[in-house]
Design a protein around this ligand. Structure first.
Ligand code: DC
Length: 224
């Protein structure tokens, strides 16, 4: 008999989390929740409104007054901010360069974690982020920490950016990813760390399908 479980996928930028989590969710008929998109949405709004990224209280107030909604669609998850579709604009270089600063604030994380726990409450979810196994879903039945070398992650981002029409060079992406790794891993509140009970998956030399198959194997073992 199959049961419904929570799958937590964490790891650094560009490890392949969202692409792979989406496939796993689709195969299992689960809901995919991209928590990074939520941090990106509030960062986008802060940049639009000129709120200082260092002003934790102002950002927390801004988030309280905002509605961020995630909606599945045939082309992937759509992100709405106060009713507007911001799925593409939250992926621009400006937002990417600023989001770690916003995500470092405890008052922002507190609200985000509560919202994410609500989204996952019904089970049957694949959630990806940085603190899912350690803070958002500490009781998730399957926890995976996914990583790859910085060079490989930069190469993947480069291909992805090309498709989206976002200009970048491999060198600048290596630098940007290494900096984001550093900020995300060294922040005081909920840093990016592998949970003790998470399974480590190095995707450097795996294809997307191979990585997804491995997680599906682990999920099926857990459910049956
Ligand atoms: O996965 P991503 O690149 O879209 O995430 C954007 C940023 O959000 C990332 O630099 C770290 C932050 N983040 C976080 O702190 N906690 C999460 N659960 C998800 C993302």
């Amino acid at each position: 008999m199959n049961k419904t479980i929570q799958i937590a996928i964490d790891g650094p930028a560009g490890a392949g989390k969202s692409t792979i989590a989406k496939i796993v969710a689709e195969q299992l008929g689960f809901t995919y929740i991209d928590t990074g998109a939520m941090y990106r949405a509030i960062t986008y709004k802060a940049l639009q409104q000129g709120v200082a990224l260092s002003d934790e209280a102002a950002l927390a107030k801004l988030l309280e007054a905002s509605t961020i909604t995630l909606k599945p669609s045939p082309n992937g998850q759509l992100v709405f901010l106060d009713g507007d579709n911001v799925s593409d604009v939250i992926r621009t270089n400006d937002v990417t360069a600023s989001v770690s600063q916003v995500a470092a604030h405890g008052a922002i994380r507190e609200q985000m974690v509560a919202a994410q726990q609500q989204l996952a409450a019904a089970g049957g979810v694949v959630m990806d982020g940085r603190d899912i196994a350690t803070h958002v879903l500490p009781n998730a039945e399957l926890k995976v920490f996914m990583s790859a070398t910085v060079e490989e992650r930069a190469r993947r981002r480069f291909v992805d950016n090309e498709k989206r029409g976002i200009p970048a060079t491999i060198e600048s992406l290596i630098e940007e990813i290494a900096l984001r790794d550093k900020l995300d891993s060294e922040r005081e509140v909920s840093p990016l760390v592998q949970a003790d009970d998470a399974i480590y998956l190095d995707t450097t030399s795996l294809t997307i399908d191979e990585a997804a198959a491995e997680i599906l194997r682990l999920a099926n073992a857990e459910m049956n």
